[in-house]
Design a protein around this ligand. Structure first.
Ligand code: CAA
Length: 388
């Protein structure tokens, strides 16, 4: 298959690499040769690491030989599949989809790796609305197994099936949303984790290190919430929550993130965010073993969001858990963790925070119903899952 990736930043070069590893011919387009050459270096570095660890058996040189680069959209003229992975700037995506629609064969599917912008809004700039779809990868794409597949209200069943098949062929696991919602599953949940982490710190309940230590040492997540935000990019995190909030999500109040963004401390990529990363490279953040932060409180708002997604028939509990395990390397699914910590404990935390004037924490209907039916999780042998 001939694949085009537009944008060669953190996600774009990783996606191109994944496609080339799977044997596809890949063209990468970006605005300058400086950016493209940097992407080439990063792909080489990553492929060498994978080769040394025997994750791939083909040589990095042979894989790189399937990747070509260009600063012109003309290379789109013979592609089968296009994936856009540029920054979350709506006007930029609009321009790119208009170009691609003009240049690419009428049969080509055009996917976007947007983290939050509704796919229907992007599809509307093309004359092939049925062939536009969301294909959302996770950072770093060569390591993370998940791809969220997000059909817009216009996407055809054929386009969905082809995208699901391509995802499987490149060794990834697709989770298909039934209907699109801003932020999809992954980022709606991620943003709620960020929101609660931020509230705990800004209200003085806990420190940044407390929250991150509890996330890593009590919840056993691979990164703390602030650490993961630094890894994703604080500008990206703020962009995602703005898109979700501006399209009807509940408000996210978090001035510490906005302060970091306005002082250009964007996380790993700038060498400094909530923590420091010398040379702009991620290093595991040193954290204290003990922490006063409560894991049930940290995940409470995210579980409320998960319950909302279930209640609205977007995905089920298993699919949410696949997203968190394969997209964020959680050792267990979020809804499974909620069952283990107790749905009653999650709801108590939500109600307690709601009483402090935080409307976003009002437990959704499904959670209230679960409590009234006594479905409080593992202890009750029924929560989001059944236990025997
Ligand atoms: N290519 C190849 N190998 C890579 C790599 C890459 N791009 N990045 C890291 N690795 C390798 C490292 O070389 C290292 O190999 P060894 O074990 O042989 O030394 C291994 O992966 C582990 O890396 P590190 O030692 O640097 O650090 P770690 O143990 O903490 O693992 C991690 C890093 C896999 C990223 C892990 O911390 C993790 O899973 N974090 C969570 C990541 C996550 O949640 N991503 C989703 C973000 S949200 C998103 O992307 C969507 C969005 O819309 C914002």
């Amino acid at each position: 298959m001939r694949i085009l990736v537009v944008g060669s930043g953190t996600m774009g070069h990783g996606i191109a690499e994944v496609m080339a590893i799977a044997g596809h011919e890949v063209k990468v387009v970006d605005i300058s040769w400086d950016i493209l050459n940097r992407a080439k270096e990063k792909m080489n570095e990553s492929l060498n690491r994978l080769y040394e660890k025997k994750v791939i058996s083909e040589s990095p040189e042979a894989i790189m030989a399937r990747i070509s680069m260009s600063t012109s959209y003309d290379v789109a003229s013979d592609i089968d599949f296009g994936i856009e992975a540029v920054p979350e700037i709506f006007e930029l995506k609009k321009k790119i989809f208009q170009y691609l629609d003009e240049k690419a064969p009428k049969t080509a599917i055009l996917a976007t790796n947007t983290s939050s912008i509704p796919i229907s809004e992007i599809a509307e700039f093309t004359n092939r609305k049925d062939k536009v779809i969301g294909m959302h990868f996770f950072n770093p794409p060569p390591l993370m197994k998940l791809v969220e597949v997000i059909p817009s209200k216009y996407t055809s069943e054929e386009t969905i099936n082809e995208t699901v098949e391509l995802t499987k062929r490149v060794g990834k696991v697709p989770v298909r949303l039934k209907i699109e919602v801003p932020g999809f599953v992954s980022n709606r949940i991620f943003i709620r984790l960020v929101q609660e982490a931020c509230r705990e710190v800004e209200s003085g309940e806990a420190s940044i290190q407390d929250v991150d230590s509890a996330a890593r040492n009590k919840l056993k997540l691979p990164m703390g919430i602030f650490e993961l935000s630094d890894y994703v990019g604080l500008d990206v995190v703020v962009d995602i929550w703005k898109v979700i909030v501006s399209r009807g999500g509940t408000d996210v109040k978090c001035s510490s993130f906005e302060k970091k963004v306005s002082s250009k401390e964007l996380g790993v990529k700038t060498g400094k965010g909530f923590y420091s990363y010398p040379g702009g490279r991620y290093v595991k953040v040193p954290l204290p073993e003990d922490s006063k932060a409560d894991p049930a409180r940290i995940i409470s708002l995210a579980v409320n969001e998960g319950a909302w997604l279930i209640e609205n028939n977007i995905v089920n509990a298993e699919e949410i858990d696949t997203v968190m395990k394969l997209g964020f390397n959680f050792p267990k699914g979020l809804m499974q963790i909620a069952d283990e910590l107790g749905v009653d404990s999650i709801v108590k935390n939500l109600e307690d925070i709601e009483k402090k004037g935080e409307k976003a924490y009002s437990p959704v209907k499904l959670l209230r119903e679960m409590i009234s039916r006594g479905e409080t999780g593992v202890n009750a042998k029924k929560g989001f899952y059944r236990y025997t």
